[in-house]
Write a protein that binds this ligand. Structure first.
Ligand SMILES: Nc1nc2c(ncn2[C@@H]2O[C@H](COP(=O)(O)OP(=O)(O)O)[C@@H](O)[C@H]2O)c(=O)[nH]1
Ligand SMILES: [Mg+2]
Length: 423
């Protein structure tokens, strides 16, 4: 059974660098002091063994990291944006939405990927100072965040196994607590494929698997395929369903437990909760006190339930949840210790960006993100700032590229948001 979720994300915009500082000479501590913008927050997906399903993404599909703060005077760096950490079950695959492009396979605890890197902060004017330009009037806008849609996929693995003789009511129980609709029948051996159900409890989820009443044959290798074994290995608690209306309920419990030991020692050693089922039947209710006594000391707490009426089922599930909590893989601090600096980045941004000139009918368009980011911050009214920008274009090779593309005085040139007449 595959669990799937689509989510949309936007990483944080980088903060803008600013122009600040005194222009006058001979002023102590004068000079350019515009700080850099902070970086935008990243969106990170991390595999966490304490998350069992993708169900929560049915309620929350959009994730947005915060922007970096703008730089300030006195060389003050802007605040970095906050990262968003999305925790998914171990085994989750991260795909590009709507394609079969696999971004990451998060197969181990704590493994993660930065799916959307926050924009870098823009440089403040202090960083544009050179020996020939002591009072730079240029600063850089922060980089935009990244936006993308992904698909998460998970082959569900069970946390809880339901065991019991045929007809005990295993399938009925699973059906009554989850959206799974297993076959319920009066005859045994109806469950051939693992049937999983996702159970919601206290804003959390866990997965139950119906282990068919085939245990008698299964210890001899009949019936339970590899798929079942994978689920069984993973389960952390078993719910042992007993038909309270059977002739010998305690004998039934022991039969299954004997089979478990033969089938798989590890499975037999898992904690069990005993669920005596069919409490809606009058004779079971009458025997309740006797059964309680009879089952005491059988190695697990005893619950009386009716899968048919749901009576007692909530108490049972609460206990299941409690046991699962006790056997959590790791506490939250364990996951928080992921070394964020070593996480791979889905789409690392190039340090050097190419300069490209596109010639339109009415204008030359400079496609160079870094240039556009400086242009965006330019005070066009300030003649000195314009001169400095031109100097920057010269040093970074943009002027040459424009000339190579055949620009003539009087032509229009665009850098990001600004438009000039070429002189
Ligand atoms: N009266 C009553 N019958 C139940 C209850 N739970 C299951 N059954 C019946 O018992 C039979 C076997 O149930 P099923 O869930 O298929 O058992 P499984 O073989 O353990 O999966 C079916 O006829 C169910 O309708 C219950 O709580 N009360
Ligand atoms: Mg069944």
């Amino acid at each position: 059974m595959i669990d799937q979720a689509f989510i949309h994300m936007i990483s944080g915009h980088g903060g803008n660098g600013i122009v600040s500082g005194r222009h006058e000479k001979f002023v102590p501590r004068g000079g350019p002091d515009g700080g850099d913008g902070g970086r935008g927050g990243d969106i990170i997906i991390i595999a966490d063994g304490n998350v069992n399903t993708l169900l929560e993404f049915r309620y929350r599909r959009r994730f947005k990291a915060t922007a970096g703060g703008r730089g300030e005077g006195a060389n003050k760096h802007g605040k970095n944006g906050g990262d968003v950490r999305i925790r998914v079950p171990v085994g989750t695959q991260v795909w590009e939405a709507d394609t079969d492009n696999l971004f990451a396979d998060l197969s181990s605890q704590g493994q993660g990927i930065i799916v959307a890197k926050g924009g870098r902060g823009g440089r403040g004017n202090a960083r544009f100072a050179t020996s020939t330009n002591q009072y730079p009037l240029l600063a850089e806008e922060g980089e935009a965040g990244e936006e993308l849609s992904i698909r998460l996929e998970l082959k569900l693995l069970a946390d809880v196994g339901i065991i019991g003789l045929p007809n005990a009511g295993k399938s009925s129980l699973l059906a009554s607590v989850s959206a799974a609709r297993p076959k319920v029948a009066d005859y045994p051996f109806t469950t051939l494929e693992p049937v999983l159900g996702v159970v919601e409890r206290f804003h959390d989820t866990f997965v139950m698997v119906d282990i068919p009443g085939l245990i008698e044959g299964a210890s001899e290798g009949i019936g339970l395929g590899h798929d079942f074994l994978r689920h069984i290995e993973r389960t952390r608690v078993l719910v042992h369903v007993v038909d309270g209306s059977a002739l010998d309920p305690l004998g039934d419990l022991r039969t299954i437990n004997r089979e478990l030991v033969q089938f798989n020692e590890e499975l037999a050693g898992k904690p069990q909760l005993i669920a005596i089922n069919k409490l809606d039947i009058a004779e079971v209710r009458e025997l309740r006190a006797d059964l309680e006594e009879l089952f005491a000391g059988q190695g697990g707490p005893v619950f009386f339930i009716s899968a048919a009426t749901h009576d007692g089922v909530d108490d049972l599930l609460n206990k299941v949840y409690e046991v699962l909590q006790e056997t959590r893989v790791n506490d939250e601090t364990g996951v928080a210790e992921v070394d964020m600096d070593s996480l791979p980045v889905l789409r690392p941004r190039p340090r050097r960006e190419p300069i490209n000139i596109r010639k339109l009918r009415d204008a030359f368009v400079v496609e160079a993100p870094r240039v556009a980011r400086i242009a965006a911050m330019l005070d066009e009214q300030d003649w000195n700032a314009r001169i400095q920008f031109l100097g920057h274009l010269q040093r970074t090779g943009v002027v040459k590229a424009l000339e190579d593309a055949g620009i003539m005085p009087g032509d229009t040139v665009r850098f990001g948001s600004i438009e000039w007449e070429w002189e």
